[in-house]
Design a protein. Structure first.
Lengths: 468, 230
């Protein structure tokens, strides 16, 4: 380490002692390190140098703005090289997927397939907030998509396992990579049993953490030959190689990116309810745009390109009011392990930094999100606020659920708001939909369900490999 | 208390992870990571401190931080998105947690005990949570009305118009073949071994479950073969 190494700036500071630390870090009594707690010492920079250092930090930190000049390494270029070298197969997005082009953080191009999609489901959405996937499939049906041809939802999919990994540390890059490749191999071959070519269906990832995790793992796979070698053995044992090679998707696509590129069609072809009186706020999942952030969608016409365009773009397209709030960038407080076993943190953070703020600052009618943990955290932790004199309540749902409501979807049968704890009925009523009428109809439908008369968005046999 | 040599080994395992050089590139001590960190607002935790400890190779205090502090991180990765050096303090914490488990640190065992039911669900079913886990008796602080229509959970789930979601004990229906593939991944990547180090009782329960599922799968395969022969 040289004396110019960043982080070593206290080397010559007054009071720096030898202690037991490595040279260069003051440590007067064998405890603490440079820059911590009571051991902190000013850098003694001149005002000019301090301004220079601060400007440098500002320049490098403000990466929320589209920065065409600061291009970093694009993993996709390395993927194409590996494919050319015969090492991997890339699951490509073709014309048949009817892709729409978007720009990501640094102005790179990303293709979002809009058809022939393999639904990669989310544990939290399916288990707790099923209105996410049902609203999404409902939209696909509304656009005339043919189940089994234009999309597929099946039982041959596991969790990405990343919630567990981020919560517990049990798991490793190898296991996460093997799961990623297993699921995406299934997406690649799933069309065969329905009479289609390999690669017919392209994976559409519903969960924000799966999305972030898979992108991170894809990077590691492309960069590390050792990791590829290890997981090739596992995928080989599972029978999930193609011509002896790993299959890696050209892009990782999040469901909210599909909603983003379909937003104008949703508004122009399907919208039936005027939502111009609705004050919307947005909470974008951290793992959507803070992990592998160069891949998140940004649009100069949405929030000036200063924040990811997801969610807000859809609210705008529907004609709703978009209201800003000061803690937009904050996490929801989910914490993976925290929501299970350190809930005082989760509920305190979500109330202090999200619910209270969108209620008081933005006077929001709804807080729209695009991930599982965020909706669960913000939706379920409002009631307990009363115990701390923080009686703030805001309806919480995904942007796809809000869009479905605006397009006339049933609040219960399709949008599945019965699973939410926050006051979604207030929003529904403000949109001009009778909550009590919809609830009465749903309760009558439950009797039909008990009698075995169940309505489906697609033929259930499809989930097991059968025909549509 | 670990010996210095043990602490050094723990640090060597952390920096031996191939991600280490991705996640740690330098540190200006600017503190932007900590300023934006949700956990720093509620715990004695600072991502800047974690980065500094690793950057300065302070093996004793790294060991100390692994007792409790690393478990405060919410893994939101806001720190990684903001760091001017492109460090990922959250990513470093993930590596440290893995190493804490590998070294069977008691603090890791204590912290993870309440998380056991998620691991049980995940490893045995391939789903991380299920509708029957999200019931009022599990989450009293979510209030008495955590959903808006009362009724039998099975019926309410049947009212979801997507076949794969009409489940109670898993978030969606996972085929037996898929689960068995998952078990192979757990075994071949050392995940079951990690689990055994952390919680032997939980491991025993899971091992029995896996054996049973594999037998079910073998029986199913035999049935398929017989049907094909017919």
């Amino acid at each position: 380490m040289s004396e110019h190494t960043p982080g070593n700036h206290n080397q010559s500071a007054q009071g720096a002692g030898a202690g037991t630390m490595k040279p260069g870090f003051h440590n007067t009594d064998g405890q603490g390190i440079a820059g911590h707690g009571s051991f902190f010492q000013a850098t003694d920079l001149s005002r000019e140098d301090a301004v220079k250092a601060t400007d440098w930090v500002r320049k490098h930190v403000d990466r929320r703005t589209i920065d065409l000049g600061d291009r970093m390494d694009d993993v996709r270029e390395h993927m194409y090289e590996l494919e050319k070298d015969g090492q991997i197969i890339i699951h490509r997005i073709g014309d048949q997927h009817e892709p729409v082009g978007v720009k990501t953080l640094f102005g790179w191009d990303k293709q979002i397939p809009t058809k022939q999609l393999w639904h990669h489901k989310s544990c939290g959405q399916c288990g707790n907030i099923p209105g996410y996937p049902t609203s999404l499939l409902w939209f696909m049906n509304k656009f005339g998509f043919v189940p089994g041809k234009d999309y597929l939802d099946e039982t041959d999919q596991t969790s990405c396992t990343a919630w567990n990994y981020h919560g517990s540390g049990i798991g490793n890059v190898e296991s996460l990579a093997a799961v990623f490749l297993r699921n995406f191999h299934q997406a690649y071959v799933a069309g065969k049993q329905h009479g289609h070519e390999l690669g017919h269906f392209f994976p559409l990832v519903h969960c924000g953490t799966s999305f972030g995790n898979y992108k991170e793992i894809r990077k590691y796979l492309v960069e590390s030959a050792e990791l590829r070698e290890k997981v090739t053995k596992i995928l080989g044992k599972l029978g999930r190689l193609v011509d002896g090679k790993l299959v890696i998707p050209e892009e990782i696509i999040h469901y909210s990116e599909w909603v983003h590129v379909m937003r104008d069609r949703i508004a122009s072809e399907l919208q039936t309810i005027d939502v111009s009186n609705i004050r919307t706020t947005a909470h974008v999942a951290c793992h959507y745009y803070k992990m592998v952030h160069e891949d998140a969608i940004y649009d100069p016409d949405v929030l000036g390109g200063n924040r990811t365009a997801i969610i807000t773009s859809t609210a705008k397209a529907l004609g709703a009011q978009v209201i800003d709030y000061s803690t937009w960038y904050d996490c929801c407080g989910f914490g993976f392990r925290h929501i299970i076993s350190e809930r005082e943190f989760t509920r305190s953070f979500t109330m202090d930094r999200k619910i209270k703020v969108v209620r008081e600052e933005a006077n929001a009618d709804v807080l729209l999100a695009n991930d599982t943990g965020c909706v669960t955290t913000m939706d379920k932790n409002q009631w307990i606020g009363k115990a701390h004199e923080q009686d703030f309540q805001v309806p919480i749902m995904a942007e796809v659920q809000f869009a479905a409501l605006a397009c006339g979807a049933d609040p219960f049968k399709i949008v599945q708001l019965q699973w939410h704890a926050s006051p979604c009925e207030d929003l529904v009523e403000k949109m001009g939909i009778s909550w009590s009428e919809a609830k009465k109809n749903f309760q009558a439908y439950l009797k039909e369900v008990e009698a075995g008369n169940i309505e489906y968005l697609y033929n259930p046999e499809l989930a097991y490999g059968g025909k549509a | 208390m670990a010996t210095y040599a043990e602490m050094q080994q723990i640090f060597d395992d952390i920096r031996g992870d191939f991600r280490y050089d991705h996640e740690l590139n330098g540190c200006l001590n600017c503190g932007i990571c900590t300023a934006t960190c949700p956990s720093a607002q509620f715990y004695d935790y600072s991502p800047r401190e974690i980065v500094q400890l690793l950057w300065t190779e302070n093996v004793e205090q790294i060991y100390d931080a692994m007792q409790e502090k690393i478990w405060a991180c919410a893994q939101c990765m806001t720190c990684a998105a903001r760091c001017p050096f492109k460090n990922s303090p959250g990513g470093l914490v993930a590596i440290m947690r893995e190493v804490a488990i590998k070294h069977e640190m008691q603090s890791a065992k204590d912290v993870l005990r309440p998380f056991g039911r998620v691991m049980l669900k995940l490893i045995t079913t391939g789903n991380q949570l299920s509708p029957d886990m999200i019931q009022p008796d599990h989450f009293p602080d979510w209030g008495p009305n955590i959903q808006k229509v009362e009724g039998d959970l099975r019926v309410l789930r049947k009212a979801i118009p997507v076949k794969t979601l009409q489940t109670v004990e898993t978030a969606w229906e996972v085929s037996l073949k898929t689960s068995v593939e998952m078990y192979t991944i757990w075994e071949m990547t050392g995940v079951l071994k990690s689990l055994e180090l952390m919680d032997e009782n939980l491991f025993d329960v899971i091992e029995d479950f896996i054996d049973e599922k594999r037998e079910d799968y073998e029986d199913w395969l035999e049935e398929q073969e017989e049907e094909d022969d017919d």
